[in-house]
Design a protein around this ligand. Structure first.
Ligand SMILES: Cc1ncc(COP(=O)(O)O)c(C=O)c1O
Length: 406
């Protein structure tokens, strides 16, 4: 079982006086940052803030720390070190990738996008239609918000699809999609996959190698780290897509899709995410390879989250004056819980703030899924999202605040 006191001792926000009494339920927007990341970031700016990879000691230390971040995170994700790179954000990363795909595909070839995705893994791909690429939409069920894997088959049937873009889980529906089987279906039809893991990774880093996805994206600032987008691009697709970086960097996989210079300090500080996972593993007696330690920590996080989530889902599902979006069963979803109140969601969030609940209302850039679900975008949804560092007392505080304000 997850030692919640140990977990919280690794997040300075929980001992910050100004945050006492405030229960955080907008984690899907951006999480608290763990201590090891803050320590590394501070150290980099104090001691190592010079151009890295030059032949003097502080520069070597900075470069080595950037390499360490890629090496250790890639190992946890079950991929090679050079298959992982950092960009300014996941939206920026898909923008660059879509530009590469624009040059790679030829008119008449097709891609699949969903209407379950955050706009970051949707809009840049849909714009390829302007280049004569056929864009096929894999649509959610308008009642449940689910993506039915059966419905993907016909979209792939004619063998024209080269890329399938979909979320590991949506930031409003939150149902966990079966990445491995969707990727297997895409591969069997001759297509690659690009998976938006932004809403999934904060709940436990996945073994991307085992899932088989060709591209896997997530945002470190939602995963206890600094404000970066982490991008896994497997070798085969990485070298098939045209280089987007300076021509002389094109032979190095981790440089090919990051045309801008990286944020050295934040890349280095991302090693703190691996420190944190290893701290959790060691504390809970989880041993083995990096992938095994990551998987053990993932499972601990998921079990803790599911136990806290179910009573909240039961409470929301039991009310007939609101619509709970996504599955009612905690095991099938992430704790990113969107609720259609049929009235202004931001106003509802403001009332919750009066009870020490930090939550948000709006569309969360999930305009397409909310539209497909028939949600009035002017009113938006109230979103209550948490991660493994959330404790039972905070869920109780939330339930009481919902009772008092909704
Ligand atoms: C599911 C999902 N995908 C992508 C993004 C975009 O991430 P970034 O802010 O790193 O561009 C977000 C951000 O909220 C998200 O929730």
């Amino acid at each position: 079982m997850l030692d919640i006191d140990f977990v919280r001792s690794n997040f300075p926000a929980f001992s910050e006086p100004s945050l006492q009494g405030q229960a955080f339920f907008e984690n899907a927007g951006g999480s608290y940052t763990c201590g090891p990341v803050i320590d590394r970031l501070t150290r980099f700016y104090r001691e190592r803030k010079v151009q890295p990879y030059a032949p003097y000691a502080v520069s070597e230390a900075g470069g080595a720390e950037m390499d360490e971040a890629r090496e250790r995170l890639a190992a946890i994700l079950g991929v090679e070190t050079d298959e992982l790179s950092f960009g300014p954000s996941s939206s920026q990363n898909t923008f660059v990738l879509a530009n590469a795909v624009r040059c790679w595909l030829t008119p008449g070839e097709a891609i699949v996008v969903t209407n379950q995705d955050h706009e970051a893994n949707s809009g840049p791909w849909r714009r390829l239609a302007e280049e004569g690429i056929e864009v096929r939409e894999w649509r959610i069920d308008p009642e449940t918000g689910s993506l039915d894997t059966e419905a993907l088959g016909p979209l792939l049937e004619d063998g024209k699809v080269r890329l399938v873009c979909f979320p590991h889980c949506s930031n409003v529906v939150a149902e966990i999609n079966d990445v491995a089987s969707i990727t297997a279906a895409a591969h069997a039809a001759g297509a690659f996959t690009c998976v938006d893991g932004v809403s999934y990774a904060p709940h436990g880093l996945p073994d991307v190698g085992a899932l088989g996805a060709d591209i896997y994206l997530f945002s470190s600032y939602k995963t206890y780290g600094p404000h970066q987008g982490v991008m896994v691009i497997r070798r085969q697709l990485g070298f098939e897509l045209p280089n987007q970086a300076h021509f002389f960097n094109g032979e190095v996989l981790y440089k090919r899709f990051t045309p801008a210079g990286p944020d050295h300090a934040q890349v280095a500080a991302s090693a703190g995410m691996a420190d944190y996972i290893d701290l959790l593993a060691a504390h809970h007696g989880i041993e083995g390879s990096a992938v095994e330690r990551g998987a053990g920590v993932h499972d601990l996080m998921r079990a803790h989250e599911a136990a806290l989530m179910q009573p909240l889902l039961d409470y929301l599902a039991g009310r007939n004056d609101l619509r709970l979006i996504g599955p009612r069963d905690a095991d099938r979803r992430a704790p990113t819980i969107a609720v259609d109140l049929g009235r202004d969601a931001e106003e509802a969030a403001r009332k919750l703030a009066g009870h020490g609940i930090m939550a948000g209302g709006g569309d969360f850039y999930a305009v397409r899924p909310l539209q497909a679900l028939g949600v009035d975008l002017d009113k938006g949804v109230l979103r209550l999202s948490f991660v493994h560092y959330t404790c039972k007392a905070e869920i109780d505080q939330l339930l009481a605040a919902l009772d008092a304000t909704l």
